[in-house]
Design a protein around this ligand. Structure first.
Ligand code: ZN
Length: 59
């Protein structure tokens, strides 16, 4: 997995993030970096909200 260090430096997950913040972070993250996948639980939340999962975030 490739880590986009620069992106991470400028996009730090807030402390105690809301579900919206986590979803937004992971959506942006999937477009810029591939160091981790979207957690299954979060992917489920995204499906519930009709948010399309980025293909790069799915194994
Ligand atoms: Zn990353």
């Amino acid at each position: 997995m490739k880590l986009n260090k620069d992106w991470h430096l400028h996009n730090i997950m807030p402390e105690n993030p809301t579900m919206e913040q986590r979803i937004a972070w992971h959506l942006a993250h999937a477009q810029h970096c591939a160091c981790r996948e979207i957690p299954a639980k979060l992917a489920e939340e995204m499906k519930k909200r009709n948010i399309e999962l980025p293909q790069t975030a799915i194994k």
